[in-house]
Design a binder for this molecule. Structure first.
Ligand code: ADP
Length: 269
């Protein structure tokens, strides 16, 4: 614990003495340290593709100037790096927006079952191209819950895309929706959306840290797959704005399950 102790002399005609105030500064310091780490991480994440771009520009001006094959290859890589920077900036803006929104409750009412159906349909072609089948297990029809449609789309898209990217070796990613009459943590009825893959799984020591900004189990692999390391941090903030919970379970060799639990305050129509 770090404290700031202030001693002030009291100089008044009737009082003679000093006042001591002790203030706990550890929370402030922790926040300040987190902010510094974040800025350092962002700088590092931006510098990596920039350094690569600078290197390729030099090569294109020099040794590869008259080599059309090398030029084409390098331009492809440069385009990929630019796209990655673009995604990073988009995710940073998204994160800052959801953090700002966190205290305002969503006012819309959305059809959760319809949203999941349409999201799975949208992501199916890309998953198929990576050799992964998306399975949807939703029996409900028009299921209204309080929520922000754009933000919840972002949550399920991130989780499904992660399932395909990191758990795709299992060949299938399942999205299912279940009703819970009494969710113990939310202490009430809730809806649970589970995105499950049958991939390699995640070692247990990583699970509590997965939603930290820029935390990755394997940085090289995440970069290779175009990840920014911010997806699950954004997911966590959006769910918290919806007064929900994110549960992550994983077993090595069996796969991972990400469950979004949303309180049911409106119910079926
Ligand atoms: P990224 O942009 O790196 O994908 P995320 O915040 O979405 O960032 O995820 C953080 C890390 O969690 C990933 O880099 C990956 O290591 C791990 N991860 C996420 N989803 C899965 C999954 N379904 N299976 C295995 N690992 C996963």
């Amino acid at each position: 614990v770090s404290c700031q102790v202030m001693v002030t002399r009291l100089d008044s005609p009737r009082l003679n003495g000093a006042a001591v105030s002790i203030e706990d500064r550890s929370r402030d310091e922790e926040t300040e340290q987190m902010r510094r780490d974040f800025v350092a991480n962002v700088s590092h994440e931006l510098r990596t593709p920039l350094t690569a771009l600078m290197g390729f520009i030099e090569t294109l001006r020099g040794p590869a100037r008259n080599d059309p094959d090398a030029r084409a290859r390098f331009l492809d890589i440069m385009e990929r790096e630019c796209r990655r920077m673009n995604r990073l900036v988009a995710d940073l803006l998204s994160l800052s927006r959801v953090e700002q929104d966190e205290r305002r409750r969503p006012v819309q009412t959305i059809d959760l079952a319809g949203l999941l159906r349409s999201e799975v349909a949208t992501l199916t072609p890309a998953a198929q191209a990576s050799g992964v089948r998306l399975e949807l297990s939703v029996t409900e029809d028009r299921l209204m819950v309080p929520g922000d449609a754009d933000q919840l789309v972002q949550v399920f898209r991130n989780l499904i895309e992660n399932g395909v990217k990191y758990g795709g070796s299992g060949g299938v990613v399942t999205v299912s929706l279940q009703h819970m009459t009494h969710e113990p943590v939310l202490r009430g009825p809730a809806w649970a959306v589970t995105v499950a893959d049958r991939g390699e799984g995640i070692e247990s020591q990583h699970l509590p840290r997965l939603t930290e900004r820029f935390y990755r189990v394997d940085t090289h692999r995440s970069r290779e797959k175009g990840g920014t390391g911010l997806g699950l941090a954004i997911v966590k903030h959006i769910i918290s704005r919806h007064r929900g919970r994110l549960r992550i379970e994983s077993e090595i060799g069996q796969g991972s399950r990400f469950t979004v639990i949303l309180p049911e305050t409106v119910g079926r129509v």
